[in-house]
Design a protein around this ligand. Structure first.
Ligand code: ADP
Ligand code: MG
Length: 653
């Protein structure tokens, strides 16, 4: 054991083995290494291909961990550090230079140099300035904006050295840095390493070229995972303490992912989306269809629901419809008498009972003649329908009983017969063959699709209608029976049925419960809405699966980029954040386009007369669904990316 000042890096009894193929023993790559590296040393590690040099370098740079043995960094056992602390150590103390440069192809030279500083939280301006200064020092001052493929091999390797120095790079780990270079570029890179060594950096150069290795101050040879030659530390070599280089401010290992990181992630994500336009467009299409579907479906559902509600309101939830029939077992047709109606009116659960006979009848005034619906009904009609009068008055119960020949016109009926007379009260109307005196005009009610137009009707008192017009009707066509309240409809129904059974002795009548009919329709509507919603949700899920697919592809394609980012100090959560941002950005863009498409579709449907109700909340929900889809389906690929083993990732295609 060499005694002396404490070593900067100290390996003792380091072993590294990998699980072998199934059924075969483990592969031992490093078999008990002892090595002390002091600050400021320039060490060359030589050995045949496959001897374990790269494995050793990954261990030194905390990209990989030993199977056994201890590795101390500046006295600290690295195995005891958390993953984030090791990431921090890499970020602030180590700089990697690889044979294959490992630059991110989509980023410019300057951006590549800046990557390590992204994970220490250095501001954008300082980052750019420092990157340009480093590039300038390495003779690439005018190449900052070029992409790696626009640079020569030697230039790319110098960019990667600049990247290694970005956060300080006290310890440079260079794995065959000249292996892919022509001899001239190789010489330049070696000269650079020498200069950096002179400036006090610790350099570990891995090479299989003994001539290159000889340039280092100490040469270590490994063979089959063991050190076979160590030229030793030159006695004269000064061992400075960890030099205080012009290191960039180091972030804490538990640094939160902040706004600037998010901005950076969005920028990267945006660039990725633009780089793969067709793929992005196709993925977006899935989300766009999903969001638009959610929007249109909810608008349709909401619109039809409202229409049903309106119809419900106009029919009244308190109404029961009573009419006669033959009993189920056969027998004569039932007859609802005036006495029956009076008895019904006397029931405590019932507010009113309104008999109705209505038919198309020729109605004439002067030379205007027209077939209109003439409704013979009781004086309670306006109250029963909450329908006010526009002009004049409605007939009274007394007038009804006294067979008064009076008529009240609907809004449009008045326009037919008395176009120039807003209040035709006192004028005569020939209804069928009988003369009726107009006494009022109903307020305009408006039409509901699929319902008779109330505004075109003429209303006459029930009794005079039966006496003068509907002589053939021995009883009302139906009787609208109103319960006191919607809540009392069931009791009213039971009481009504009981009363008529008692009076008639058999069930020669039928009662239709409007509330029940409406409730059934509302339930049908709800089911329909639910089904529409389900279809929409499914299309969104399909969109989500598309996102997941593209993200997984993206992770696969960018495996090496992930490795590079991790090697330069990215923590798992930085990688996770980056890929989640990409997924969410995709869905955000898809969501916006989807909402626009949805609005356009809704507009088209509205023009076609569909009952739609577009609500802001539905829009917000669709949008939120999209983003949630991104988070949900982006998470798995992002986690896959974050959990990649950096060594494997760097070796990946
Ligand atoms: P060198 O860099 O000296 O050429 P490496 O350190 O890259 O050698 O590899 C040393 C040995 O470890 C090789 O035989 C290689 O096959 C093996 N090895 C490296 N990585 C793995 C792995 N993930 N699984 C199994 N064997 C590996
Ligand atoms: Mg190697």
């Amino acid at each position: 054991m060499v005694s002396g000042p404490p070593a900067l890096l100290e390996l003792s009894g380091i072993r590294r083995h990998y699980a072998g193929p199934p059924g075969e023993p483990e592969v031992e790559v490093l078999r008990g290494l002892d090595l002390r590296i002091h600050a400021g040393e320039f060490i060359a590690i030589v050995g045949a291909s496959g001897s374990g040099k790269s494995t050793l370098m990954h261990l030194l740079g905390c990209l990989d961990q030993a199977s056994s043995g201890t590795y101390r960094f500046d006295g600290q056992d690295v195995a005891l550090l958390t993953a984030n602390e090791r990431a921090q150590l890499r970020s602030t103390h180590f700089g990697f230079v690889f044979q294959a440069y490992h630059l991110i192809p989509t980023e410019s030279a300057s951006e590549n140099v800046q990557v390590p500083a992204l994970y220490t939280g250095l501001g954008q301006a300082q980052r750019t300035e420092r990157a340009m200064a480093l590039l300038g020092r390495l003779g690439l001052g005018d190449k900052g904006n070029l992409r790696p493929h626009q640079l020569s091999g030697g230039q790319q390797q110098r960019v990667s050295i600049a990247r290694a120095l970005m956060n300080g790079g006290q310890i440079l780990l260079a794995d065959e840095p000249t292996g892919a270079l022509d001899s001239e570029s190789g010489k330049q890179v070696m000269a650079l390493l020498h200069a950096l060594s002179q400036a006090g950096r610790t350099i570990v150069l891995i090479t299989h070229d003994r001539a290159l290795a000889a340039q280092a101050s100490r040469v270590i040879e490994i063979q089959d995972g063991r050190i076979v030659v160590d030229s030793g530390r030159p006695a004269t070599h000064a061992a400075p303490a960890v030099p205080a280089l012009s290191a960039a401010p180091a972030g804490a290992a538990d640094r939160r992912v902040g706004w600037s990181d998010l901005r950076e992630a969005v920028r990267t994500a945006w660039r990725g989306m633009r780089a793969n336009r067709t793929r992005t467009a196709l993925t977006l299409l899935g989300i766009v269809i999903g969001v638009a579907a959610v929007m249109v479906m909810s608008a349709i559902g909401e619109g039809t629901r409202r229409q049903v509600m309106e119809r419900m309101g106009s029919m009244g939830t308190v109404n029961l419809y009573l009419d006669s029939k033959s009993p189920d077992g056969g027998g004569p047709f039932g007859l609802l008498t005036e006495q029956d109606l009076d008895a019904v009116r006397a029931l405590p659960q019932i507010r009113r009972a309104k008999p109705v006979i209505s038919e198309y009848v020729a109605v004439r005034h002067g030379n205007v003649s027209k077939q209109v619906v003439v409704v013979a009904t009781s004086a309670e009609m306006p109250a029963a329908h909450h329908w006010p009068l526009e002009k004049g008055r409605y007939y009274t119960g007394t007038e009804d009983r006294e067979l008064a020949p009076l008529a009240v016109l609907g809004h449009k009926a008045r326009k037919h017969y008395f176009p120039d007379t807003p209040d035709p009260s006192g004028r005569q109307l020939l209804v069928g063959n009988a003369l009726f005196e107009v006494i009022g005009v109903m307020a305009e009610r408006g039409t509901l699709t699929g319902v008779q137009d109330f505004d075109e009707m003429v209303f006459i008192p029930y009794q005079s209608g039966r006496a003068r017009l509907y002589q053939s009707h021995v009883q009302p066509q139906y009787v609208t029976v109103q319960a006191l309240s919607a809540a009392q409809v069931p009791q009213a129904l039971a009481a009504l049925k009981g009363l008529l059974l008692a009076r008639h002795g058999r069930e020669d009548f039928s009662i239709v419960n409007a509330a029940a009919a409406i409730a059934t329709e509302a339930a049908t509507q709800r089911n329909l809405s639910r089904m529409l919603g389900l279809i929409a949700a499914v299309s969104l899920v399909v969109g989500g699966v598309g996102i997941m697919n593209v993200m997984l592809m993206s992770v696969k394609e960018r495996t090496r980029e992930i490795g590079i980012r991790v090697a330069t100090g990215a923590r798992q959560r930085d990688i996770l954040c980056q890929f989640m941002t990409e997924a969410v950005l995709l869905t955000l863009v898809g969501g916006v386009i989807g909402i626009l498409a949805g609005l356009a579709l809704c507009a088209a449907l509205l023009l076609a007369g569909e009952p739609l109700l577009i609500s802001v909340s539905a829009m917000a929900a669709a949008f939120a669904c999209a983003v949630a889809t991104g988070l949900l389906f982006g998470h798995m690929p992002a986690r896959t990316a974050a959990r990649l083993d950096p060594v494997v990732a760097l070796a990946g295609e």
